[in-house]
Design a protein around this ligand. Structure first.
Ligand code: KG4
Ligand code: ZN
Length: 340
């Protein structure tokens, strides 16, 4: 008897994801996004996200099953994101997961969203070495984590952002630069035509007295807004490509510098970069350069596994099942502000 097929459901923000994993292998997945509905508000509107999950939950699960060539009857366990995230959005995914688990008579597992981001990489590159350093960079998080056995050991939280997340910084500055939402991919695209040395944006918290693993991006956002404002007041056209390239360079520099320093300091030989901002081309190239210089193995999952998805939640569920972890009760609650 092999291990069961695990259905993973993710609904913590604006993506409704479903994925199917067995024995560390991705069998199929599907994602629906309400991103377009939030675009004109410049950010995710919780109420709109929650309603979109209601519409997408069942179709996304069916699409994932179709992608895997499986049926409902093949599902042997259900895993769902219980937090952190938007409470209304989480409620919908958890309610759906309980419905599937109860009607199929299979165990239910609650999963921490960030553990999901970490596990995403295992679907592409196999089991994670113990220990490894994980840099999680998304619209909601910027954290450096020391990870041992995901299913058994608590994740050690080395540092976090003191204010905005890296993705939030990209999203907010993109807005000031007149680029479309979501800002991260737009900044990345605009930066291709720009000069990364054009504007000397600050590298926050990189001084000798600063916490080596803490991040701060709100000052960078303010510096970018001030730079744009100076151009407007002078009646000059904004060199958006140069601004985007310089901002991206500053963010990528700080993120990779601290992540590599954390590996060196803790004697860890593998750095895993996950979350939506891991899709950034400069973050990737600078991480490659700096890890290579220090003999650190770098693992970055493919783009489709970097952003929020259900497969990463199924991946954690699969690890929990195989580790013999206790399932969650069917009345498990959401934990919107779940600590690490
Ligand atoms: O992991 P994710 O899908 O959702 C969570 O926040 O949990 O990450 C979304 C974030 C957004 O802020 C988006 O702008 C950013 O990832 N992002 C990027 C890129 N692609 C997505 N940021 C920079 N460069 C990109 N290519
Ligand atoms: Zn995420």
């Amino acid at each position: 008897v092999g291990s069961p097929v695990v259905l993973g459901i993710e609904s913590s923000c604006d993506e409704t994801g479903a994925g199917l994993v067995r024995d560390g292998k991705l069998l199929g997945h599907a994602v629906a996004s309400s991103m377009d509905e939030h675009a004109r508000f410049g950010g995710v509107v919780p109420e709109i996200a929650a309603r979109a999950h209601v519409h997408a939950a069942a179709p996304v699960v069916h699409a994932a099953l179709a992608d895997a060539g499986l049926t409902m009857a093949d599902i042997g366990a259900v895993a769902v994101t219980t937090g952190p995230g938007l409470s209304g959005a989480l409620q919908v995914g958890v309610a759906a997961a309980k419905g599937f688990a109860y009607s199929l008579g299979v165990p239910l597992y609650g999963v921490h969203h960030l553990a999901g981001h970490v596990a995403a990489d295992t679907l592409e590159h196999g089991p994670l070495p113990d220990p490894c350093m994980v840099l999680i960079i998304s619209g909601g998080h910027t954290s450096l984590l020391l990870v041992r056995d995901l299913a058994r050991d608590p994740i050690v939280h080395l540092g976090d952002t003191l204010d905005d997340a890296a993705g939030e910084c990209f999203d907010k500055v993109a807005r000031v630069f007149g680029l479309p939402y979501p800002g991260g991919p737009a900044v990345d695209r605009a930066a291709r035509e720009g000069d990364a040395r054009a504007v000397a944006f600050p590298r926050p918290l990189t001084g000798p007295r600063d916490d080596p693993y803490a991040f701060s991006f709100s000052g960078l956002k303010t510096a970018a807004a001030r730079w744009a404002e100076q151009h407007r007041q002078a009646g000059r056209e904004l060199p958006v490509a140069d601004g985007a390239a310089s901002l991206q360079e500053a963010v990528a520099d700080v993120l990779t510098r601290k992540a590599v320093a954390a590996c060196v300091e803790h004697g860890v030989g593998t750095l895993v970069v996950v979350g939506g901002v891991a899709a950034n081309s400069r973050v990737r190239s600078l991480a490659e350069e700096r890890c290579a210089a220090r003999g650190i193995a770098l693992r970055v999952p493919p783009l489709r596994l970097c952003t929020d998805n259900g497969a990463m939640i199924a991946a954690v569920g699969d690890l929990l099942v195989r580790a013999g972890a206790e399932p969650a009760p069917l009345d498990v609650s959401i934990d919107p502000s779940a600590p690490l």
